[in-house]
Design a protein around this ligand. Sequence first.
Ligand code: F0G
Length: 352
Amino acid sequence: MAGIIERYRNRLPVTGDTPVISLEEGSTPLIPAPALSALLGEDRQVFLKFEGLNPTGSFKDRGMTLAVSKAMEEGCRGVICASTGNTSASAAAYAARAGVPCWVVLPAGKVAAGKLAQAIVHGAIVIPIDDNFDIALQRVIEIADAEGITLVNSINPYRIEGQKTVAFEIIDELGGAPATHFLPVGNAGNITATWRGYSEERETGRIQVPPRMIGCQAAGSAPIVTGAVVENPETIATAIRIGNPASWQGALGAIEESHGAILAVEDEQILAAYQHLSTNEGVFCEPASAACVAGLLKQHEAGIEIAPAGATIVCTLTGHGLKDPERAVDGTVLPEPIGSDLDALRRAMGLS
Ligand code: F0G
């Protein structure tokens, strides 16, 4: 399967001269979630758009293929980003593919192990700072500008353009738009991009009514919900530990125009949704991704109608669970090894 640039070439700002730097991103599965569907009842169908199955394990690859391809077209000398982890993993991989250097500036101690491993293995220059993502982003904007290095955070317009393709794929697959679309919100690029994708499809006439967009922020990092910058954002969902989102206005636009909402979910609710997805649906995403399912469950528990009976609901699972193995095992201690005789195995299995 071709990557998103080849698949949606006529919908993206590329020409025949654009070198396509691709790892065959996109075309991720839209997985039915029978347990969530049963919970909502009345024939509502919940689907999980599992963006964790992109080449570097997150939705960032959709935007990164375009951002790095355009950077190469423009003759860039290297790329730089601030990141809570996934952007840096993706930037490092696409820069390696393109053969240009990549610098990543990260909040020290707040990036999940798998993401850090990716940046390292792809040869990025990793710079941890004693500050949060919001400060890191301000700094890389200044450096990129002064040094003529291409910034590949989502304020790079090509990132948003690439990421809008997720909406095209969902419409391709469902044959129409869902009624409601839940997604986690951090720097707010993805809600902006997904909404742009749906809006463009309304203009082309492929859909008449776009979905209501429901953004979900972690309660300790919920500036759009509270309407105020959070100086010291905190949450176990480190990917969305952001207090001053760059695409704040884009998120507000998506929510208003789609008659959607922005919700705050507690860390406990995020972890409960993470557990639900892994144990009941068999889908392993990272905690930040589960924030959107936490939002769905929160609304359902509050008696809010998420979608009409018989309607379709999509949740974007933005990143793979293997990104954050420490969270997954969290304190679980394996039993002491036993002998390998069958009786011992039967006892350990609880069969005798
Ligand atoms: N989910 C995951 C797994 C993420 O990594 C991010 C953002 C989001 C959701 C939120 O998306 O920022 O477009 O609202 N991660 C960025 C990063 C900030 O640096 O990897 P957003």
